[in-house]
Each structure stands twice: as structure tokens, then as C-alpha cells.
Design a protein around this ligand. Structure first.
Ligand code: COA
Length: 166
């Protein structure tokens, strides 16, 4: 049994979100596919465990597509990441979306592993896309903590079936 709950973002979460995104992603903004997002302005879900915020997913719905913009879990391996994805998938399906998708970078092998195990498939590699993102967000490092060059954007998707109840 899980000991955390999920709830939509409240206005009072915004300061925490700005800090979390800055800590984990270098600044308050996210730049993917040449688009600048400010997670404090996006809808999302917060995971709360023992009165502490321990996870966040933010997303952006456009037409029949829902993009996961950020996903962060502060209490690993107790199901928070999986639950946040499941919740956004439900929101997307209820909003009439046919596609749930996201961008991660080539170095993020943990995310590639995580998403593929949860039904996402790789649909495109946007080679050298991070070079363009760095022009808007110079904080993006050249290499990650493991020494892998941060270079390409990898697009993953899950096609949503309105009849699929999972
Ligand atoms: C990727 C990330 C979101 C995963 O979050 P998480 O909360 O650890 O995810 P979960 O707990 O749902 O799953 C992680 C593992 O724990 C396991 N797990 C989940 N609940 C468990 C439980 N109760 N007991 C034991 N193991 C459990 C899962 O099976 C999973 O392992 P698997 O991938 O081999 O199946 C997190 O590592 C993270 O914040 N990474 C950095 C940010 C990032 O890269 N975000 C994605 C790019 S946008």
C-alpha cells in the first residue's frame, strides 16, 4: 500500500515548484523542441507524503496531444513516478487526447529506461537539438554527472486508446 497521495498543483506550491525545477534542471525554465516552458505556469500533479511534497509532474495539453514537460520524484522507488504518469495519462485521456508524449535527452538513461518500462516508445531522435536549447538556456551542461554528452532530444510517446481503462 502506498503512503503518498496525489493532488493537483495549488497556487501555494509555486514557490516550491520554482525551487525544485531550479535545483534539478538548472533554472526555472525548461526548453525542449525549441519551446520555452515555465513549469510554475503549467498544470500538474504533486505527490505528498507525510505532509511533504515529494514529487511533481507538469504537462501541457495542445489539441489532441498531452506533453509531459517535467517529472521529478524526491522519494525514489516507492511508486511515485509511476503514479504521476498514470494520473496524467488519465487526465489526458479524459481531455480527449490521443497521444501522451515527452522529450528527454540522450544522456538520461534512467528516464529512457523508466518510460519504456511504462509503455512509452521512442519515436524520434532530434540530433543536436540541445545545442539550440542551450542558446535559450545556457545552464544546460555539456555533459551529465556520468560524463555522457548532453546532445540530442529523444521523443517518446504513448498512444492513448479511449477504451483502454488502465
Ligand atoms: C525517473 C523518476 C521520475 C522515477 O521516479 P520514481 O518515483 O523512482 O519511480 P517509481 O518508484 O514509480 O519507479 C522506480 C522503480 O521503483 C520500483 N518500485 C516502485 N514501487 C516500489 C515498491 N513499493 N517497492 C519496491 N520497488 C518499487 C519500480 O518498479 C521501478 O523500477 P523499474 O523501473 O525497474 O520497474 C525519478 O528517478 C526522477 O525523478 N529522475 C530524475 C528526473 C528525470 O529524469 N525525470 C524524467 C525526465 S523528464
Amino acid at each position: 500500500m502506498s503512503d503518498f497521495i496525489l493532488r493537483p498543483i495549488h497556487d501555494e506550491d509555486k514557490e516550491w515548484i520554482a525551487r525544485l525545477i531550479t535545483d534539478r534542471w538548472g533554472s526555472e525554465i525548461i526548453v525542449v523542441h525549441q519551446t520555452l516552458y515555465t513549469p510554475t505556469d503549467l498544470p500538474g500533479i504533486v505527490a505528498v507524503r507525510m505532509d511533504k511534497r515529494v514529487g511533481l509532474i507538469t504537462y501541457h495539453i495542445r489539441g489532441h496531444e498531452c506533453e509531459i514537460v517535467t517529472l521529478d520524484s524526491l522519494s525514489p522507488s516507492i511508486g511515485i513516478g509511476t503514479s504521476l504518469i498514470r494520473e496524467v495519462r488519465k487526465i489526458a485521456r479524459d481531455a480527449g487526447c490521443r497521444r501522451l508524449w515527452l522529450i528527454t535527452t540522450n544522456d538520461n538513461v534512467q528516464a529512457l529506461r523508466f518510460y519504456q518500462k511504462r509503455g512509452f516508445v521512442l519515436v524520434a531522435i532530434h540530433r543536436n537539438a540541445v545545442e539550440g536549447a542551450r542558446k535559450i538556456k545556457p545552464e544546460i551542461p555539456m555533459v551529465n554527472e556520468e560524463g555522457i554528452p548532453i546532445r540530442d532530444e529523444i521523443e517518446l510517446e504513448m498512444i492513448l486508446d479511449a477504451l483502454d481503462e488502465e
